[in-house]
Design a protein around this ligand. Structure first.
Ligand SMILES: Nc1ncnc2c1ncn2[C@@H]1O[C@H](COP(=O)(O)OP(=O)(O)OP(=O)(O)O)[C@@H](O)[C@H]1O
Length: 805
């Protein structure tokens, strides 16, 4: 038995045919089918007595004056005539059973009752009975029905009477073996059991000839037999099965006794019961897998949780809101220009004694890539060293030399086209690559040099750094990102936190505040423009991140995707604080501005978010005009592997943002380089104009919205603006000594501590901050020394003693 359960576990669960009915509908349909089966039953029974009287009425079904004798009147007569007379005869009664069982299954929402098997065997049985009765009771057509009669007739024409008898016998064997599991093994086992119980009776009679141990063993055996008997009588199946299992393990030789067929045949010996030792068997309490059962039941009753249901009628923005920007037929190839550029490249390289074996051009929207295979023997390092000279000789702005193209072994020279083609947002949104993208946060940036739509998943980046000199296409790039997400995501799935210190770039998105934006509670505008609010929002996002991690921990999942899948499957209880988690995309325009004014206060939470937020669905997009090292600090850079560079003004800037040069060679107007690790891809950013964005947000904004923007957790900021923390455990080891030095000298200066305690400036500065937090010295007062609030050592002692408590 144990074996059986094991094997059933290993097979994958069968796919159920589900009608997807709600519980109420199942009850209604189930009861209808059950009642129908009852009606059929009575109609069939009464048909056997009234069929002759009612037969003439069958042709006058619509005549209301005629009345049938069947219990269910004309309906009963008609349907019985169909099933019994024209169908399978008396065997049709099995249909009533099958209908009833089907109805009951629906009514009770039972699963895995083997209904299909019942129907198949039911039909086999019906046909067999109908055939048998048709053969043996030829004179009584009602018993076998027309089907039985006709099929017999047909079969006899081919195999004769004996043949039909043999076929019926074969049918009987099939039914016995497959349906009732009656095999010769079972018959032999049954025979042996009978024999052993008979011989046992004989042995009982001759008990005096046994030794003491044998008698004891026999008594034990009898007791066990009694237990089985008792259980068989009580019909306590689960307990019996457990007992059977232990018995089987302890005494394998008695295994045959406990096979299924013998459960009911074990004889009850009255005289043994008198000596029976009463044994109480604890009822086995089955432990239910509550969450799973409950979840599947919930899903069965209500379907999977649908986060979009609250705005069920939300319409995604339509394609016609986007403009073609004059481009309809893709890129036009200018043969002359191609030829001219090719000649120039060949000439230039020849000047440096570099022969070309092969040259190939790939025309992109803004630049054409000439791929060169140098002649054998030319060292690539030579070409690499000549990069600047070649660019100069070609005398065109925006030339980039890639030597070699990673993974190809060729050298690439990108030359700008004379007439750049605008890549419209419309063309990338309608591309099948974007439309079919199965990504969590798909973004269509534009087109690559080979004119392929470039689509990436923001969730995989997981954060993006964008830089570029003013007027090179950063704002358009940000709009392309936001537009991509608006075209792909429902308001329930993604929320934006928009930070716009310039106050003009992102204001348009105010219109979709209640659909797509997230904000701090009690704040008026969802788009954040002032620095204090930025700091509060970033810290609030850190709290949101911690909260989300807590939820993930409770749900035993590793990331937001798994969490939401589990939540949709109703395996997480909203009463425990679980909820569907939308992705949060934080967009910061003009990051340089922010870091210059707020420094560490924004850098710390941003670094924290960037390091930890990927798993919980918070993604950062930071744009800056000034990609200098004091803006894009090491810590920020380390956490933003995905970077975009629009045209920058210097090679240093290019290195700061990409760790490679090239961004200074771009031609502007959305020409950009994208890197996510090693490879650098040149892309023409899709162009989406402000009026288009206005139309999209208008389209979304005019639809029914949530009552408010998505609210972020409250952040109780430190109003003084400093982050002084009077945490005793975090204090410097020399804190006390420093306090004494300061109190004795009555002079609050870091340099005094430095001198007296022989410390470095940084450590002394930290101690001074800690003394301020402890209320021993006053705040920083520029060139003057800080005020000392503690007058003497006794007062200082009191402070320390109080702190200890
Ligand atoms: N992908 C593009 N395709 C075609 N033209 C573009 C593209 N991106 C930008 N431009 C052109 O460049 C102009 C400036 O772009 P954008 O406003 O995005 O620059 P920016 O980098 O945000 O500048 P700033 O930093 O001053 O805000 C646009 O008005 C547009 O004419």
């Amino acid at each position: 038995m144990a074996k059986k359960s094991k094997s059933s576990k290993s097979t994958p669960p069968k796919k159920k045919v589900s009608l997807n009915l709600s519980k109420q509908n199942k009850i209604i349909l189930g009861s209808l089918i059950m009642l129908f089966s009852v009606a059929l039953f009575f109609a069939f029974i009464s048909f056997f007595f009234t069929w002759q009287d009612d037969q003439s009425l069958l042709s006058e079904f619509s005549n209301r004056n005629q009345e049938a004798k069947n219990l269910l009147n004309k309906f009963g007569a008609g349907i019985s005539h169909f099933f019994v007379y024209k169908g399978f005869g008396i065997a049709s009664l099995i249909f009533t059973f099958l209908f009833f069982v089907s109805g009951l299954r629906l009514f009770l929402s039972l699963k895995d009752t083997g209904l299909l098997r019942k129907w198949i065997w039911g039909l086999v049985f019906i046909i067999w009975i109908s055939l048998t009765l048709g053969f043996f009771a030829e004179k009584r057509p009602l018993l076998g029905g027309l089907v039985g009669y006709e099929m017999n007739d047909f079969m006899q024409d081919y195999v004769g009477k004996l043949g039909v008898i043999l076929l019926l016998l074969f049918g009987l064997i099939v039914i016995m073996v497959r349906l009732f599991k009656l095999t010769p093994d079972h018959l032999t086992a049954y025979y042996q059991k009978k024999k052993s119980s008979l011989s046992k009776e004989f042995e009982d009679d001759a008990a005096e000839t046994y030794s003491d141990e044998e008698i004891e063993a026999l008594i034990k055996k009898e007791e066990k037999q009694k237990v089985i008997d008792t259980y068989t009588h009580k019909k306590d199946i689960p307990a019996m099965e457990t007992q059977r299992e232990t018995k089987a393990e302890a005494k394998p030789e008695t295994k045959t006794i406990i096979t299924k067929d013998f459960e009911v045949t074990i004889p009850v010996e009255e005289e043994v019961i008198e000596e029976e030792l009463p044994m109480q068997v604890e009822k086995i309490v089955e432990e239910g897998e509550e969450t799973d059962n409950l979840a599947s039941k919930l899903v069965e009753d209500y379907g999977e949780f649908d986060p979009t249901l609250e705005l069920g009628n939300y319409k995604f923005p339509t394609i016609d809101l986007l403009d073609q920007h004059g481009v309809t037929g893709g890129i036009t190839i200018n043969q002359e220009e191609l030829e001219e550029n090719k000649n120039k490249i060949v000439e230039t390289l020849k000047n440096y004694k570099i022969g070309i074996a092969q040259i190939k051009a790939t025309i992109g929207p803004t630049v054409t890539l000439y791929e060169i295979v140098p002649e054998a023997g030319v060292r690539i390092s030579k070409i690499k060293n000549l990069e600047d000279d070649i660019a100069l000789s070609l005398a065109a702005l925006g030339i980039r030399i890639i030597a070699p193209i990673p993974g190809k072994g060729t050298i690439g020279i990108e030359v700008p086209n004379k007439n750049a083609t605008i890549v419209s947002m419309r063309s990338v949104i309608t591309s099948s690559k974007f439309q079919k993208a199965e990504m969590q946060l798909p973004i269509a940036f534009g087109k690559t040099i080979s004119n392929e739509t470039f689509v990436v998943d923001l969730a995989k980046m997981p954060h993006l750094l964008m830089a570029g000199a003013t007027g090179q296409g950063k704002s358009v790039g940000l709009n392309a990102v936001l537009t991509s997400l608006l075209y792909k995501k429902h308001p329930a799935e993604v929320k934006f936190v928009l930070i716009d210190p310039k106050k003009v770039e992102l204001t348009l998105f105010n219109k979709i505040e209640r659909h797509f934006l997230a904000k701090l509670p009690n704040s008026e505008d969802a788009i954040i423009t002032d620095n204090t609010k930025v700091i509060h929002t970033l810290n609030s996002l850190c709290i949101e991140m911690d909260n989300r991690y807590e939820l993930l921990k409770m749900a035993l999942v590793r990331n937001i995707k798994e969490y939401n899948v589990k939540f949709k499957a109703r395996k997480l209880n909203p009463n425990d604080g679980h909820m569907f988690l939308p992705y949060i995309v934080l967009v910061i325009d003009e990051f340089a501005d922010l870091i210059m004014t707020a420094g560490k206060e924004v850098e710390t939470p941003i670094a924290r978010l960037a390091q930890l937020a990927r798993a919980i669905g918070i993604h950062l997009i930071i744009a800056t005009q000034r990609p200098s090292v004091n803006v894009i600090t090491g810590i920020i850079k380390a956490n933003f592997p995905a970077r975009i560079a629009f045209r920058v003004t210097s090679k240093i800037d290019s290195r700061t943002i990409l760790d490679a040069q090239g961004a200074d060679q771009l031609i502007g107007r959305g020409d950009m380089l994208y890197t996510q690790g090693n490879d650098v891809t040149r892309i023409q950013c899709a162009f989406v104009d402000t009026p288009e964005v206005a139309k999209i947000v208008e389209f979304i904004g005019s639809q029914r919205a949530y009552p408010d923007a998505h609210l972020l957790p409250e952040y109780e900021g430190d109003e003084s603006g400093t982050s002084l923390d009077n945490n005793i455990t975090d204090r410097d080891a020399l804190f006390r000594d420093a306090a004494e030095v300061i109190v004795i000298a009555q002079q609050g200066s870091a340099s005094l501590i430095q001198r007296k305690l022989k410390l470095g400036y940084n450590r002394a500065g930290r101690i001074i901050d800690q003394l301020e937090a402890a209320g021993i010295v006053g705040p920083f007062e520029g060139s003057k020394a800080r005020q000392v609030y503690v007058s003497d050592m006794a007062a200082l002692e009191v402070i320390f003693n109080n702190e200890k408590k």
